[in-house]
Design a protein around this ligand. Structure first.
Ligand code: BES
Ligand code: MN
Ligand code: ZN
Length: 493
């Protein structure tokens, strides 16, 4: 699908399908009105007759209107009670996407961004449009003998009077969609393929495609030498050796401190000796979605050519039971020097992150954001709709929350207050890897905070939002829309 911007008279455009918004009161946008005029009021007549449904996202497909060069015209109802909000706009697109992307529509011209969305700039409308069409076109069928899905229109043009002004928005939107696709595909890849070394080979491909990217990968021996005892403890039961993958994106001045992104990359989480119940165990291939988000963010940042420095750290390991696994009762010494009593081998993500959060200090980041499918408790608290954010800086948490609201990729802050600290007490070591009975998402955050002491830091628990997606067991690409919105709004001049 190739996206572009096109100005010009809507009636003169030759295309398979023109897409027009209609508000709750039945009013067309500027381009819609000119087509209505050219067709002697055909559109307003049909709207008045209620041929177009009144629910947000209803569609009406028309053939060969008089005075208009397009083969088809698609009307899309937007809004309820006059107001068109960002969430209604997105929901309408999701509804209309299958019709917009019919195989007959190889060339599409859309005027949807002309609609007056109250809480969304034109640039954001374009971003949402691209994201939803790409989401609709996405398929993960590389492991099927035959591909089953059509890829959507070859050419998708967005009508814009200010084509030059919106050009950067379109580049960014496509970059974000590419990052999301990458994130989803890494997440969806089966765990017998997607192991730490396979992630490394993907990192190499990405790094070699972008001049501003530098890649460093630590192997098991190097991690041993550095003293990453927490990460190595998790990995020890697996035949797959672990990796620490470090991207450095240099889009800012050399001296400018970087933003650091850290991702949990457990390529399969069996639970280890505290083995998980068998129901849904296959879904633990998604336990590297935090890592996949780092990959996607780096890819998107490079394609957006962002003017800032970003370090992306991926801690990759597999959590398996074996005769050489770490056990409940073991004490591990982390890279920070802090000792950790293992009370449950299934609380492995925080151990990987502990070492990654310590390691990242060497880049002197101004801010660190980690992303992890960390706790089942997060799904109990916020479901699959909303992710959790917590950290040592309320302003940072608020900025991330705000970015989530704007991007339609919502997160909610949970408190990291001292009253939760006793849950991490150990009789034999500095702390344990298991919290108390309640507040599992928070106590996991409290554990991480012990290792994130030297910088402004936020932790995103994405256990609920990384998958499923729109009713299907597939990676969602979240929280990339939120994250890239945050980075562009707060980290670039
Ligand atoms: N990867 C899981 C968390 C998870 C579970 C994510 C289900 C998505 C869906 C994590 O490693 C884990 O096992 N967490 C435990 C922690 C507990 C042992 C303290 C959990 O949430 O049960
Ligand atoms: Mn686990
Ligand atoms: Zn896990």
């Amino acid at each position: 699908m190739k996206f572009s911007l096109r100005a010009g008279k809507p009636t003169a455009i030759k295309t398979d399908c023109i897409v027009l918004p209609v508000d709750a009161a039945g009013k067309l946008s500027t381009s819609g009105e000119s087509i209505d005029k050219a067709s002697d009021g055909e559109l307003s007549k049909l709207i008045a007759r209620k041929e177009l449904g009144e629910a947000n996202g209803s569609t009406l497909l028309l053939q060969e209107l008089n005075g208009c060069k397009a083969t088809r015209t698609l009307l899309v109802r937007l809004g309820e009670n006059k107001k068109i909000t960002a969430s209604l706009y997105r929901a309408a697109f999701y509804n209309a996407a299958p019709t917009i992307a019919r195989p007959l529509h190889q060339d599409v011209q859309s005027y949807m961004s002309e609609a007056h969305v109250t809480d969304m700039s034109v640039d954001e409308r374009i971003e949402a449009e691209v994201q939803i069409l790409r989401d609709h076109a996405y398929s993960f069928d590389g492991y099927k003998s035959k591909s089953t899905k059509s890829a959507g229109p070859k050419s998708y043009r967005i009508g814009a009077d200010n084509a030059a002004g919106n050009k950067k928005a379109l580049v960014d939107a496509v970059a974000l969609a590419d990052g999301i696709d990458l994130c989803r595909t890494l997440g969806n890849t089966p765990p017998n393929v997607c192991n730490p070394q396979w992630l490394e080979s993907n990192a190499k491909k990405i790094a070699s495609a972008h001049a501003k990217l530098k890649l460093t990968v630590l192997n098991e021996k190097q991690m041993h030498k550095l003293g990453m005892g927490a990460l190595l403890g998790v990995s020890r039961g697996s035949a797959q050796p672990p990796r620490m993958i470090i991207f450095e994106y240099k889009g800012g001045a050399t001296k400018e401190k970087p933003l650091a992104l850290v991702g949990k990359g457990v390529t399969f989480d069996s639970g280890g000796i505290n083995i998980k119940p068998s129901n849904g165990l296959d879904e633990m291939k998604y336990d590297m979605c935090g890592a996949a988000t780092v990959f996607g963010a780096i890819e998107a940042a490079a394609k957006m050519n962002l003017r800032c420095n970003i370090v992306g750290v991926v801690a990759a390991a597999e959590n398996m039971p074996s005769s050489d696994s770490y056990r409940p009762g073991d004490v591990l010494t982390s890279l920070s020097g802090k000792t950790i009593e293992i009370k449950n081998t299934d609380a492995e993500g925080r151990l990987l992150l502990a070492d990654a959060l310590t390691y990242v200090t060497k880049f002197k980041p101004h801010t660190v954001i980690d992303m992890a499918t960390l706790t089942g408790a997060c799904i109990a608290a916020l479901g699959h709709e909303v992710g959790a954010v917590m950290g040592n800086d309320d302003l940072l948490c608020q900025q991330l929350h705000q970015a989530g609201q704007r991007a339609g990729d919502q997160i909610w802050q949970l408190p990291l207050w001292d009253c939760y600290r006793p849950a991490l007490k150990s009789d034999v070591a500095d702390l344990t890897n298991l919290g108390g009975k309640g507040a599992g998402t928070i106590t996991a955050g409290m554990f991480l905070q012990e290792f994130a002491s030297d910088y402004r830091w936020a932790h995103l628990d994405i256990a609920g939002v990384a998958w499923p997606h729109r009713g299907k067991t597939t990676a969602s690409g979240r929280p990339l829309p939120m994250l890239l919105r945050y980075i562009r709004d707060n980290n670039t001049a």
